[in-house]
Ligand binder design. Structure first.
Ligand code: SF4
Length: 150
């Protein structure tokens, strides 16, 4: 079972979408300078069950366009079930992972994928030197340019 430490509406993490965003507890990548180090311990927070997500999607029906998971790829089958739930209601989906890739089954249920761990010297998606990549999986297009302030 996956658990989350934060549930919020996010406007910037996925360009052009209003996202219901979950910070999933239990990331083990240990990036130096991680902005959400408080979420590393996997036993904290609230259980993100299929029925919980279903209720939240009903609450936010018509108000959101996307469901964003900040982590969770370390339990691929559980994440897959949650992504499938979101997609079944017509919503787009996004995963932020610190890995460089995830498996094809997850990608099949994802609209967007952000890959790459946090490296302070390269910066995040708003840096032109970032190691991270934000991809629209429908087209394969890298959307990093949408995060750069003119
Ligand atoms: S992948 Fe993200 S959440 Fe995990 S340690 Fe790195 S910055 Fe933190």
């Amino acid at each position: 079972m996956l658990r989350f430490t934060d549930e919020q509406i996010a406007f910037q993490e996925v360009p052009g979408e209003v996202s219901l965003a979950y910070t999933i507890a239990g990331c083990q990548l240990g990036c130096k300078g991680c902005h959400s180090g408080y979420s590393w311990h996997s036993e904290q927070g609230t259980a993100l069950t299929d029925s919980y997500l279903q209720q939240r999607l009903q609450t936010y029906k018509g108000l959101i366009s996307c469901v964003l998971f900040l982590g969770g790829e370390w339990q691929p089958q559980t994440l897959l079930q949650l992504l499938t739930r979101a997609r079944s209601t017509g919503l787009n989906t996004c995963l932020y992972t610190g890995l460089d890739d995830v498996g094809p089954a997850l990608k099949q249920q994802l609209t967007y994928l952000k890959t790459g761990r946090w490296l302070a010297e390269h910066g995040g998606l708003n840096s032109p030197h970032t190691n991270q990549v934000f991809t629209d999986l429908r087209t394969g297009q890298c959307l990093n340019h949408l995060f750069i302030q003119p």
